[in-house]
Design a protein around this ligand. Sequence first.
Ligand SMILES: CC(C)(COP(=O)(O)OP(=O)(O)OC[C@H]1O[C@@H](n2cnc3c(N)ncnc32)[C@H](O)[C@@H]1OP(=O)(O)O)[C@@H](O)C(=O)NCCC(=O)NCCS
Ligand SMILES: CC(=O)OP(=O)(O)O
Length: 325
Amino acid sequence: MDLLTSLKTKVKERKKTIVFPEGNDQRVVRAAVRLAKEELLTPIILGEKAVIEKTNGAQVPAGVICLDPKTYPTSEKDKMIQAFVTRRNGKNTVEEAQKLLTDVNYFATMLVYLGQADGMVSGAIHSTGETVRPALQIIKTKPNVSRTSGAFVMLRGEERYVFADCAINIDPSAKELAEIALESAKTARLFDIEPRIALLSFSTKGSAKSPVVDKVKEAVELAHELAPEERLDGELQFDAAFVPDVATKKAPLSQIAGQANVFIFPELQSGNIGYKIAQRLGGFEAVGPVLQGLNQPVSDLSRGCDEEEVYKVALITAAQAIGGK
Ligand SMILES: CC(C)(COP(=O)(O)OP(=O)(O)OC[C@H]1O[C@@H](n2cnc3c(N)ncnc32)[C@H](O)[C@@H]1OP(=O)(O)O)[C@@H](O)C(=O)NCCC(=O)NCCS
Ligand SMILES: CC(=O)OP(=O)(O)O
């Protein structure tokens, strides 16, 4: 079954509510309206109804909730402010909370935190920092996860891979890299990919020496200790990880080399550049970033996304809300 069909089947059974803070962006509004019409999820679009309908170019159908934070009932807003201050545990005052909650990403994240939505999709017009910071501060990571990270599912014909971290951690430590690798294995399984994980480098099995290579080697050791059952290896160059002939020459003893389908980049510059090259030169569709390791799903779009990508990322967010990772 292709990715889209399997996601639709999954989310249709247990319709989730997803909040879209960017009600003034046509790609977002049209994708949300489509998802409602197809009865795949219940969208909450933030903004004034008249503006949302103008953005859509038509009235929004029944099943779409338009919610304007500016006219949100005072009693509900007060509850939200109190919940925010409590969650921030001394890090923000009531005055700061009032100001922050005028930001649609903070407002939408609080709807998720308070259980009024099951997930959030934003980032079509907001930067990654603006989109994910509220989630990092409010929703936070799951008990055994110290850092959230961003994975892309890369699709081309029958090919399906996971690339991470392409979105969040600028220079992860060895421990964080190990965690990113193991969280990416869970993301892979969410997309029916049985993970074979390569921790990438410019070195294969000691061919180059550098502290940055040592970081990747240490991450491999830590990941093996944390999850000995996972099929994982490194440090590997991309060709050694992906091309069987090259793997035979560069890493003949590796069980993963030449067969990897989950690629872990050593830091964010290579991860973000790598996925965009595969997307723009390699003709892969890049779906994501899927944020891994959060207590509740929040997805950050790329600002270069189109309506189709918003549609798919929303389906993924709903699938994350259902679980099964
Ligand atoms: C994600 C990012 C915005 C966080 O930066 P920041 O908000 O300045 O981070 P801070 O260190 O001030 O931390 C803010 C909060 O988030 C938490 N946090 C930061 N990074 C986190 C992570 N990866 N996972 C979990 N929590 C994180 C901090 O613990 C802190 O929580 P607290 O306020 O409760 O103490 C930053 O790492 C970043 O800019 N990454 C690159 C994003 C990007 O441009 N990607 C390319 C395009 S996708
Ligand atoms: C994921 C990503 O690179 O996002 P943007 O293109 O919005 O910076």
